[in-house]
Design a protein around this ligand. Structure first.
Ligand code: IMP
Length: 183
């Protein structure tokens, strides 16, 4: 950990090697589930946190997939689409498709619950979720990702797409920030 941004990291929780190995396993499992039903998944990454994970994951698929990206943020003050605002919608239509949402972490579960609802409202045939991380202790909405890379304790983690104030997304591992960075 001699690079500059790693100096802000208290400890590494999940190494790059472990993430890569888990992505291989997840891709094989997901692909087997979809192939069984002869389905081409429509894989949608939620910007920006899912980007490194999605890039790693899709390398290991050996059958055709479609990919797209969507950007959402919390939205207070409307009940028309629930609690999220769409900043960037998918370019391709989700109608009739088997959507696989790619997320960096399931924390309270609010984002995914809303995004899943959005896809069903757009006419998706089926909506599944793969998340690199799961923080089950923080859950408020009862939602479970269909595929999870790793379960993490109730600590603020960064790296592999996850940020603190938009920084640290480029760390190639998952780590816990030094407390002095927040304070
Ligand atoms: P949820 O709607 O509470 O599940 O929020 C999920 C989003 O919160 C994720 O996509 C992350 O952007 C962010 N988030 C939650 N926990 C962490 C964390 O430990 N580090 C970085 N971002 C986090």
């Amino acid at each position: 950990m001699s690079d500059v941004i790693s100096q802000d990291i208290d400890r590494v929780l999940i190494t790059e090697e472990a993430i890569e190995a888990r992505c291989r396993e997840l891709a094989a499992q997901i692909e087997a589930d979809y192939d069984e039903k002869h389905i081409t998944p429509f894989i949608v990454g939620l910007l920006k946190g899912s980007v490194p994970f999605m890039a790693e994951l899709i390398k290991y698929f050996r059958h055709p997939i479609e990919i797209d990206f969507m950007s959402v943020s919390s939205y207070a003050g409307t009940d028309s689409i629930g609690d999220v605002k769409i900043n960037k919608d998918t370019d391709l239509s989700a109608k009739g498709k088997n959507v696989l949402i790619v997320e960096d972490i399931v924390d309270t579960g609010r984002t995914l619950a809303e995004v899943r609802k959005l896809f069903y409202n757009k006419g998706a045939e089926d909506v599944k979720i793969v998340s690199l991380l799961d923080k089950p202790d923080r859950r408020i909405v009862d939602i479970q990702a269909d595929y999870v890379g790793f379960s993490v304790p109730n600590e603020f983690v960064v790296g592999y797409g996850l940020d603190y104030n938009q920084l640290y997304r480029n760390l190639p591992y998952i780590g816990v920030l030094k407390s002095e960075i927040y304070e």
